[in-house]
Design a protein. Structure first.
Ligand SMILES: Nc1ncnc2c1ncn2[C@@H]1O[C@H](COP(=O)(O)OP(=O)(O)OP(=O)(O)O)[C@@H](O)[C@H]1O
Length: 276
């Protein structure tokens, strides 16, 4: 294995428990890819989940909307290459334009800049059947070849789990922090800990946890029904010493914004009151 591969992303903790500890002579190597020369990005925030289907894309877009409503310049990199959902949420169906200098992200109605594989495909319904290294290469290009312009925040919607693409993003992009999205189910503790453990090993701060599908509010009596059972997110967050940023119900109003492709007008009252 190449020296860079061995050391890049090693944290002090992972070095301490590594089989090569004490004998490893290699120095840490910065594997970050160069940002496109027409980009200036102040903060990169990854949105991760230990498993699929927890509403990670919805939380990514909600965080982007929250910062956009505060007046920040915001971008979303849809790194969920095989399951891209961000452009549709914002009603974007055009193709991104490329120039000699790079690719221009598409702009949503609220000014959010978006790049996704769906904005590069002739047919947005065509499946992406690419092997891991090709997908990882595309994600890197979203950083090196996309002309993001001046952004205060770039949110990266990661594919679920702790596989190849999250690893590429963590190694190639200067990620300032991650937000973990989860749902209140049996396996949640184990799954959140996996996502948390990966960020820690990569030396990336965990900014907090968002619980989605926490409850459903009865439209008649207002009672909160815990469809997936009682939440344990507060205990898990306390155990990991990270804040809970929000608990989101399954909300038909939010689902409708997505369905109508009008997320650029969406407000998510369940994710407010914190700084990123
Ligand atoms: N709190 C919520 N209220 C209403 N609808 C929601 C909520 N959370 C997610 N949804 C809807 O559920 C669907 C799946 O959400 P989303 O695409 O964000 O999941 P995901 O975690 O990104 O999926 P995957 O990880 O498998 O790619 C979307 O149609 C989304 O609009």
């Amino acid at each position: 294995m190449a020296e860079e591969q061995k050391t890049a992303g090693c944290s002090e903790e992972s070095c301490a428990s590594c089989a090569s500890a004490g004998t490893c002579t290699s120095k840490k190597v910065d594997m970050h890819e160069p940002m496109n020369m027409y980009s200036s990005i102040k903060k990169v925030i990854g949105v991760v989940s230990g498993k699929g289907g927890v509403g990670k894309s919805l939380v990514t877009a909600s965080l982007a909307r929250m910062m956009r409503a505060k007046g920040y310049n915001v971008g979303i990199m849809d790194a969920d290459i095989t399951g891209p959902s961000i452009p549709k949420m914002y009603g974007l169906h055009e193709m991104a334009v490329g120039t000699e200098q790079g690719i221009l992200p598409c702009e949503a109605a609220d000014g959010t800049k978006i790049m996704s594989v769906n904005l590069l495909l002739e047919d947005e319904e065509a499946p992406v059947i690419w092997r891991g290294p090709v997908i990882a290469g595309v994600v890197k290009q979203f950083w090196t070849d996309v002309m993001w312009g001046d952004l205060d925040y770039l949110f990266v919607d990661m594919p679920p789990g702790t596989g190849d693409v999250p690893l590429t993003v963590f190694q190639s992009l200067p990620v300032d922090g991650v937000v973990i999205v989860t749902s209140p189910q049996d396996l949640v503790q184990m799954i959140v800990k996996k996502a948390y453990g990966m960020a820690k090993q990569m030396n990336i701060p965990v900014l907090g946890i968002v619980e989605n599908y926490s409850y459903v509010k009865c439209p008649d009596c207002g009672k909160e029904i815990k469809v997936f059972g009682e939440s344990h997110i507060d205990e898990i967050a306390a155990d990991l010493n990270v804040p809970v940023l929000g608990k989101m119900p399954l909300d038909p109003a939010i689902a409708q914004m997505v369905e109508e492709e009008k997320f650029s007008e969406a407000e998510n009252p369940y994710l407010e009151g914190f700084e990123l």
